[in-house]
Design a protein around this ligand. Structure first.
Ligand code: FES
Ligand code: FE
Length: 448
């Protein structure tokens, strides 16, 4: 296959612009698939979706379907969902339980660790392996493609197709502190969360990059949620969402591409916010959990955050409702959004019910804020396709030259919350991959 063209010049950091072709051009989209999605660490799902041996769910890595399967020994594998015979999708279910995945086309079957287990001959249901292949097929060469790198971090499952990708924790860097904030229990207990059953999946007519760029720190777009604030759908009711907000900074990780709206590490005690005051039982539980969290971190720096993105396409909310959203590319102008809702493993049912209901009215295809965002992204994509529109790049000049090193964090910068620094960091990292830059050029490999 011809090597992808170098589209990295579409990002002009000196001018603070990104060419619209980065969001609309089929050639750029293909280059992203070949140069970015085959290398980075990608979020696949959560261990609580496959608690038992032989459980599986299907997910995506870029445009490609993968089966995330737990084998009979409990090991988790990410397998390309494409038969090695003629490419048929061997698993067409969202989740389930299976010892083997049998291809519907000619019947090859693959064990849940990816090995080619069975090859029928010409007659349906008769094991004529010897007759069809005369014993000459090397079965060990024809298993499903398996992602060589897979990491489970506090229940979240990540994989990369690149053998040489840095270890996952090096890939995260200090962004890990903010991911921890979202994944740990509200009392600070490590990894004390699980996903609410079911993943919301829906399609939006926009380029996939709109979503992670929005969640990496686009506080500026909050004006488009004005109606949400007027309705006051936050847990504090009429006081609206901001009752639960404390001032945030945009904190970005140049060279890694991650970013967050959050606080710098601090040992200052954080006052409890009565965001759930309308629901006394829920509020009481959060107050106790908050005290426990402060005790958990006593004398140690801790962070708080509201929303962030792990490069390239995994974003998350760290406050209630805690959610994960992944923007899967489908085409230059179509994106499939998947959303997971996290709940506290230790919380009583009433608390998790309240968080789930709030999640449904806030996020997802029927959520009030997400509807605003989807409308912006899809109209922006459509209005960027024409020959005249394509003459002008997007403007990313807000806050250029005003980033400072972030105290208490390695390889990080911070700005006030109204800045496009994190978006510039995202697109700069995107350009690195489209240029084919080696890992060692930006991400330090040695774990500290
Ligand atoms: Fe799967 Fe032929 S395509 S067995
Ligand atoms: Fe929004």
């Amino acid at each position: 296959m011809a090597d992808a063209l170098d589209y990295s010049g579409l990002v002009d950091l000196a001018a603070g612009t990104v060419d619209r072709a980065a969001f609309t051009d089929p050639g750029v989209f293909q280059a992203e698939q070949e140069r970015l999605f085959t290398r980075v660490w990608l979020f696949l799902g959560h261990e609580s979706q496959i608690p038992e041996p032989e459980d599986f769910f299907t997910s995506r890595m870029g445009t490609e379907s993968v089966i995330v399967a737990r084998d009979r020994d409990g090991q988790v594998h990410a397998l390309l969902n494409s038969c090695t015979h003629r490419g048929m999708k061997v698993c067409r279910h969202d989740h389930g339980k299976a010892k083997v995945f049998t291809c519907p086309y000619h019947g090859w079957s693959f064990s849940n660790d990816g090995r080619l287990a069975g090859v029928p001959g010409a007659l349906i249901g008769v094991p004529h392996f010897d007759k069809a292949y005369r014993g000459e097929l090397r079965r060990e060469d024809w298993g499903l493609s398996r992602a060589p790198r897979l990491e489970i971090y506090k229940g979240t499952i990540w994989a990369s197709w690149d053998e040489n990708a840095p270890d996952f924790l090096d890939y995260l860097g200090d962004m890990r502190l903010y991911l921890d904030y979202a994944l740990d229990g509200r009392d600070g207990s490590p990894g004390g969360s699980r996903v609410v059953a079911g993943v919301q999946k829906w399609r939006v007519n926009c380029n996939w990059k709109f979503a992670p760029e929005n969640f990496i720190g686009d506080m500026y777009h909050d004006i488009s949620h004005r109606s949400v604030d007027l309705v006051g759908i936050g847990p504090a009711g009429g006081k609206g969402r901001r009752a639960a907000f404390r001032p945030r900074l945009a904190i970005g990780f140049p060279g890694r591409g991650h970013g967050v709206l959050g606080e710098l590490p601090t040992t200052e005690p954080e006052p409890y916010n009565d965001a759930w005051a309308l629901y006394p039982e829920v509020n009481d539980w959060y107050r106790v959990a908050h005290e426990a969290r402060l005790a958990h971190f006593a004398g140690r720096p801790r962070v708080a955050m509201s929303v962030g993105t792990i490069f390239p396409n995994m974003s998350f909310h760290g406050r209630q409702p805690r959610t994960i959203v992944v923007a899967h590319p489908v085409s230059p102008t179509v994106t499939e959004l998947w959303r997971w809702c996290l709940e506290d493993a230790a919380a009583p049912q009433a608390v998790n019910d309240a968080a789930r209901v709030y999640f449904l009215r806030y996020s997802g295809p029927g959520g009030m804020t997400e509807s605003d965002d989807m409308e912006n992204w899809s109209y922006a994509t459509a209005a960027s396709l024409g020959p005249i529109a394509r003459r002008r790049p997007y403007n990313y000049q807000m806050g250029m030259g005003h980033a400072r090193p972030a105290p208490g964090l390695r390889d990080a910068v911070e700005c006030g919350e109204l800045t496009e620094e994190n978006a510039r960091i995202f697109h700069s990292r995107w350009a690195d991959f489209l240029r084919g830059e080696p890992w060692a050029a930006r991400v330090p490999h040695a774990a500290e």
